[in-house]
Design a protein around this ligand. Sequence first.
Ligand SMILES: Cc1cc2nc3c(=O)[nH]c(=O)nc-3n(C[C@H](O)[C@H](O)[C@H](O)COP(=O)(O)OP(=O)(O)OC[C@H]3O[C@@H](n4cnc5c(N)ncnc54)[C@H](O)[C@@H]3O)c2cc1C
Length: 201
Amino acid sequence: MVCGGLRGDELARMAGAAPDPRTVPFRGHYHELVPERRHLVRGLVYPVPDPRYPFLGVHLTRHVHGEVMAGPNAVLATAREGYRGRDLVPRELAETLAWPGFWRLARRHWTMGAREVLVSSSRAVFARQARRLVPEISAADLRPAESGVRAQALGRDGGLLDDFRVDTHGRVVCVRNAPSPAATSALAIAEFLADRHVPVR
Ligand SMILES: Cc1cc2nc3c(=O)[nH]c(=O)nc-3n(C[C@H](O)[C@H](O)[C@H](O)COP(=O)(O)OP(=O)(O)OC[C@H]3O[C@@H](n4cnc5c(N)ncnc54)[C@H](O)[C@@H]3O)c2cc1C
């Protein structure tokens, strides 16, 4: 069973599976609400998803200890484990750029891509995204927090896979795409994989 997250496609290929889809890393930045403004968000505040994209966009999450996170946006990461903007692995970036699906995606969604880069580079723009959900939030209420990297399966045709994808290659089961809420539902997914996908000897 191969469940490699950001390395899912590499490991699947090593097991003999097809190169399509490619796993492309997208970094998502978070900002945290300063403590004195946490009262603005008492639960989870999510936007209505845009069915054209698998990325939900900036939303607000109150954690169990009271911290409130705003984010994530989504920008192409220049390394698979590219958690910081300066993380660069030339070979991995070159592989992403060599994937035909990347350019098809870029042609289709370059305006969204440019907007996401802008959201990353400016706290004021980030705050504007958060304000769509809670109008009282200003840039001064936010401070930078951690980032996450999403393993996004991208087809050769430029399509972003927004659902689970499991391939079986011989006796090897490869999880090729496990989008959110795969963490929340990890145990149920494990049961599903064990019941339906483990090849019988
Ligand atoms: C910013 C962000 C926010 C998210 N929020 C949520 C949320 O609120 N709720 C939710 O349910 N999901 C959320 N997700 C999605 C969730 O994290 C993923 O769907 C889930 O982690 C996918 O599980 P996975 O097992 O496929 O991959 P991963 O969790 O990435 O696990 C893959 C593992 O394989 C390991 N690995 C890779 N290569 C090798 C190798 N060669 N040898 C050995 N080990 C290897 C990695 O180190 C890693 O531990 C979020 C994701 C991101 C990026």
